[in-house]
Design a protein around this ligand. Sequence first.
Ligand SMILES: Nc1ncnc2c1ncn2[C@@H]1O[C@H](COP(=O)(O)OP(=O)(O)OP(=O)(O)O)[C@@H](O)[C@H]1O
Ligand SMILES: [Mg+2]
Length: 536
Amino acid sequence: MISVSNVSMRYGSKVLFDEVSTQFIAGRRYGLTGPNGAGKTTFMQLLSGEMEPQKGVVVRPRKLGVLRQDQYAFDALRVIDTVVMGNRGLWAALEERDAIYSKAELTDEDGMRLGELEGIVGEEDGYTAESDAAILLQALDIPDDFHERKMSELQGGQKVRVLLAQALFGKPQALLLDEPTNSLDLDSVQWLQHFLLQFEGALIVISHDRHFLNSVCTHIADIDYQTIITYPGGYDDMVLAKTQVRSRLEAENAQREKKIAQLNEFIARFSAGTRSSQVTSRKKEVERLQTTELARSNIQRPYIRFDMLRPSGKYILAFEQLSKGYDGTPIIRDFSAEVMRGERVCLMGRNGAGKTTLLKSLLANVPEHAEAGFTIDGGGAKWGHEAQIGYFPQDHLGSIERGITVAEWLHRFDPKAAKEDIRGLLGQMLFSGEEGLKMTDALSGGEAARLIFCRLMLQKPNVLLLDEPTNHLDLETINALNIALQRYEGTVLLVTHDQDLIDEVGTRIWHFEHGAIEDFKGPYEEYMAATGAAAR
Ligand SMILES: Nc1ncnc2c1ncn2[C@@H]1O[C@H](COP(=O)(O)OP(=O)(O)OP(=O)(O)O)[C@@H](O)[C@H]1O
Ligand SMILES: [Mg+2]
């Protein structure tokens, strides 16, 4: 069990948690929900002990498994080491031991320390760590020949599996997962759901995916205005319960407003007269009623609208027998296609099928967006007349420079823009007032994504290349993005696993399957009808 007592936490004037007390019990599966920036990741770090609360106490079991929101954090490490790191005590002991052994000469102290460290390594099953990790990886479908590779060589879905192995390594009593379904294709999400249903400890999982939360969770812990309320059931049950509470509050509120109006009328009528004591007592009554303000809703809606500086030519993009592979394994073979202005192409398919690779190939010759060292194997892609490209990379957090404020970062993309315009755009994406002065280092996953949308709105490109833009986004923002894309007059290439988005935004489907790209010139519904596949 994890128990949280009177925990408070704030950044500057932004209060995230005020005197929160709650418990997470073994055998239950909790979804931790709330809009972007509500403090979900922060709360999870308080639970895991990665961060100390400014006030209050968290009591946790000794062994916790954690999957962080940033799936790129371990890119420089080997897969097998990433897993072993899951047992933090063991990993620290192993590192220190190796450092001592690598010294030219050992002192007495070193010798004693080595003894202690060997003790820890033994207790934590360190001598079988690599083989234990390998077994776990195999169970999670990561074959042996990947174990020695760097994390950066894995694609999204595989990374999540390795990070899950890391979280499970050392048999934790509680599992804390921060947005594990980001980047996962539908099949992998189903696999994960199934997997989590079998976990016996306390599970706490952050997600914005309604279907996922409904099928996995026994409880929802919802962050709502600086406190956490736990509801039994899945996500939909929570929304229902919350709506009921809200309509009751609204009814009470209407009553109160009526009462205040009556009192005020009395005060206005008699304030100049003789009934002054009655007037005074009614004034007090009004004050009392007014302080119990209606509980606000924690839902905030951003507003996204993509305009173009000017339209592109009619023939916006042509692929000419494009080929690209990694280490001799072909990913894209001889792909040719033409894209016309105004088309909205959805790139869909399993993890690792080559969707991101295709976008990166398109950008290989675009100086502003090209990835260093990325080359095409054969053929190419030609951009048409006046194409101005806006790009939302999959590692969107990594694409934002650290150490400056949100407003400064944005301003760099159009130094001539007026300060008010920058502020307006930021406000539109819910960085109002002080929030715009936040350092880029502090951005939550969803906030980082919102900031990139600000950049796209500022630059007004006529082509959008979006690589899984809905990862990290809360439901309100996904909705705003959906509408903005439908209204956009430029050309869109969109990689996504989000069925609604594919359905509602796409005018053309590129389905990556069995090493080929199927090009269907029509919306998803027609594609499904044509291929006879059952809609999911
Ligand atoms: N070191 C910090 N300094 C200032 N503000 C911070 C810092 N760390 C986090 N914040 C702010 O605290 C808020 C909560 O952040 P957190 O990452 O916990 O949100 P979240 O609910 O996980 O959001 P998301 O759904 O986008 O992942 C955000 O507004 C974030 O910018
Ligand atoms: Mg988060």
